[in-house]
Design a protein around this ligand. Structure first.
Ligand code: BV8
Length: 231
C-alpha cells in the first residue's frame, strides 16, 4: 500500500513557524509580490533576502511538533510506502526523522545562482552580493519556488499521486496551484483522499473525507489508526 501525503504551512504552525493566510499570516506582513516572485527579487533582492533570512532564523529556532513526529513514525513502522510532498520550505519533516520528503517549493537550506543555476548549501544569512561558488556572479537567491515559477519534481509527484492508494493533505488552505489540484488528480485516478486541517480548505469538497482540528492532534491519531489497521 502506498500513501502520498501533501503538507502545507499548517503542519508547522504549532512549531511556531508562521502560515501564510491565517489572520497574522506572513502574507499579511509582507507583500507576496515583493518577496515571493522573480519580479520582486529583480526589483529588490535585499528585501527578499531579508524575508528569507528571517524565516531561516525562525526555522533554526523551531522544533518539529507531534504531527511531524507522527509522520516519521508512519514511515518507519508502516509496511507500505510513505511519501511526503511538502509545500513548506522548512526542514522540520527531516528533523523529525522523515526520509522520503520532496520539497516542491524548494527549501530555506538551499542557495541557487540566478545566473548559472548552480546550487549549494545556503549560509544562515544570505545577500544577493554573495558570489556564486561556480560562476562567481553576484546573483545569489534562495532556492525557493516563487509565484509564476514551476514547482520542483512535478512529473515525479504526479506519477506518485496516480499510483497511490491513499492521498492525505495536511495543513494547507488549498489556495496555491498546482498543489491545490493534487486531490483532483488523485480522485480521478481512483485514489482514496483524506484532508486533515484546522478548517475545511478551499478544496475540501474534493476529498472523500475531511477532519478538522489541530495537526498535532489529528495526525498522531490518524497515524495510530493506519498502523492499527495494518496489523
Ligand atoms: C505555477 C514558496 C506556472 C515561497 C510558495 C497568476 C500569475 C502567475 C501564477 C498564477 C496566477 N494565478 C494563479 C497562479 C498560479 C499560482 C497560484 O496558485 N497562485 C495563487 C495565490 C492563486 N501558482 C504558482 O505560481 C506556482 N507556479 O503555477 O507555475 C508555470 C507554468 C509553466 C512554466 C512556469 C510556471 C508556484 C506556487 C509556489 C509559490 N511558492 N512557497 C515561500 O514559502 O516563501 S507558495 C506559498 O503558499 C507557501 O509556500 C505555501 O506552501 C503555499 C500554500 O500555502 P499553505 O501551505 O496552504 O499555507 P496557508 O497559510 O495558505 O494555509 C495554512 C492552512 O493550515 C490553513 O488552511 C489553516 O487553516 C491551516 N492550519 C493553520 N494552523 C493549523 C492548521 N492546520 C492544522 N493544524 C494547525 N495548527
Amino acid at each position: 500500500m502506498k500513501i502520498v501525503i501533501l503538507t502545507g504551512a499548517g503542519i508547522s504552525a504549532e512549531s511556531g513557524l508562521g502560515t501564510f493566510r491565517d489572520v497574522d499570516g506572513l502574507w499579511t506582513q509582507y507583500d507576496l509580490e515583493e518577496v515571493a516572485t522573480p519580479e520582486g527579487f529583480a526589483r529588490n533582492p535585499a528585501l527578499v533576502h531579508e524575508f528569507y533570512n528571517a524565516r531561516r532564523a525562525n526555522c533554526l529556532n523551531a522544533a518539529p511538533n507531534a504531527a511531524h513526529t507522527a509522520l516519521a513514525r508512519l514511515e518507519r513502522e508502516f509496511a507500505g510506502e510513505v511519501l511526503i510532498v511538502t509545500q513548506n520550505v522548512d526542514d522540520l519533516h527531516e528533523r523529525a526523522g522523515s526520509r522520503a520528503v520532496w520539497h516542491m517549493h524548494g527549501d530555506l537550506a538551499g542557495a541557487l545562482c540566478a545566473a548559472c543555476g548552480f546550487r549549494w548549501d545556503a549560509p544562515k544569512v544570505m545577500t544577493a552580493g554573495d558570489p556564486c561558488p561556480d560562476c562567481g556572479a553576484a546573483m545569489t537567491r534562495p532556492d525557493i519556488v516563487w509565484f509564476g515559477e514551476m514547482p520542483y519534481l512535478m512529473d515525479e509527484i504526479l506519477a506518485a499521486l496516480v499510483s497511490a492508494d491513499l492521498f492525505v493533505s495536511i495543513g494547507t488552505s488549498g489556495n496555491v496551484y498546482p498543489a491545490a489540484g493534487f486531490v483532483e488528480v488523485a480522485a480521478q485516478a481512483g485514489v482514496a483522499t483524506l484532508e486533515l486541517n484546522l478548517e475545511a480548505s478551499d478544496v475540501a469538497s474534493g476529498f472523500d473525507a475531511t477532519r478538522q482540528g489541530m495537526a498535532s492532534d489529528l495526525v498522531p491519531a490518524w497515524v495510530a489508526e493506519v498502523l492499527a489497521q495494518a496489523v
